[in-house]
Design a protein around this ligand. Sequence first.
Ligand code: EPZ
Length: 421
Amino acid sequence: MENIVIQGGTPLKGSVEISGAKNAALPLLAAAILADEPVILHRIPHLNDISTMTNLLAWQGAEVTYDDQNCLHIDTRPANKPEAPYDMVKTMRASSLVLGPLLVRFGEAKVSLPGGCAIGARPIDMHLKGLEIMGAEIEVEHGMVIAKAPKGLHGGRIVFDMVTVTGTENLMMAATLAKGETVLENAAREPEVVNLADALRSMGAQIEGDGTACITIQGVDRLAGGDIYTISDRIEAATYLAAGLMTGGDVTVTNTDPHLLEAFLARVKEAGATVETGDDYIRCIANGRLQAVNIHTMPHPGFPTDIQAQFMAMMCVAEGTSLISETIFENRFMHVQELVRMGADIQLDGHTAAVKGVARLSGAPVMATDLRASASLVMAGVAAEGETVISRVYHIDRGYERIEEKMRSLGANIERHYVQK
Ligand code: EPZ
């Protein structure tokens, strides 16, 4: 097992380079299944979730190799196992993203239902309903989704009951090789959806409307390979910017795009920080103590649920009381009790947390529970007075590349310790 040990209290200063986005890279990897030529993926982050997906593709029979420029080469032509077994999916829900591509390419797919998740039930019923509208026969038994489309998939009009990011991505990928036109209504507008659409178009897909709530796809006969580029990880960028602000620091994130974080940056300015941006960087400077600001998570372009825990950590030391409402997931406040252990004053009422700012947090032993909650504990540890020991840090490694190294480059006193089980 591994712990992260932090001696807090140093204001973070300096700049840190942002990696490619986990939530963009995962659907791009699944899209490789659709290509009848090799694809070369650029700026793929080195994360446990990425390894889970590349291991799955290799298990299916694809050739997966990194070159000396750190680009990932994937050739799925040899793949002949349209399956995603339980022992692979259980560690990463996003493996369900291979369902649409496998089904439309092979005419069949067997993908384990993703298990539960700390932050909520996270079913994939909308993914399955959409595939049925496109002609798939779907059965669920023994925890496996068994999908068949012996005559291939055909277009259809799919209206999502609620916005689903990977649901939009799964069905958009399936539609690229379906017969005829598919319209996705109430589609997700996240930048990662647009990144995927850009990649699919570069492979020959015909897609319009990505980035809006209505995406139209005309099916084509084949998709080529080629170079595919991953956008910057906006959630990672927001994490380091918020960490800098809650320590009273001055942090710049580079190799990123300020347009990816408009809702977050608007709230940061409202909290009294100075925000400077350029084509590929964002700088946030604390001007004394931050003011409390209310947030309400929403699908893009609203405030991202994936930044909720990090923003809450920042509000724990702000002036005043911040009301934080989580509308996307039913259980995404697992970080609250851990932050309270560190001296935060947070009252929970259903999907809303009332965060009353305190002058300082105090270091304590805490436990990571899910990816973004873990990041909020690292931030709190860096800002707190004294020592913080975070256990179960494997949650962090799913979504943050070299977090200790990047935090240390900003002046944090942070180490990873290996402890006996
Ligand atoms: C994606 O998850 C992200 N993961 C999540 O990031 C992110 O929090 C989430 O979108 C919301 O932005 C990836 O992109 C790999 P949803 P996803 O389908 O697609 C319900 C992180 O921290 N729903 O948009 O699984 C669902 O339960 C992760 O990097 C259904 O009911 O989320 C949730 O309440 C965490 N039925 C809501 O919709 C369905 O068929 C939104 O979920 C699908 C979803």
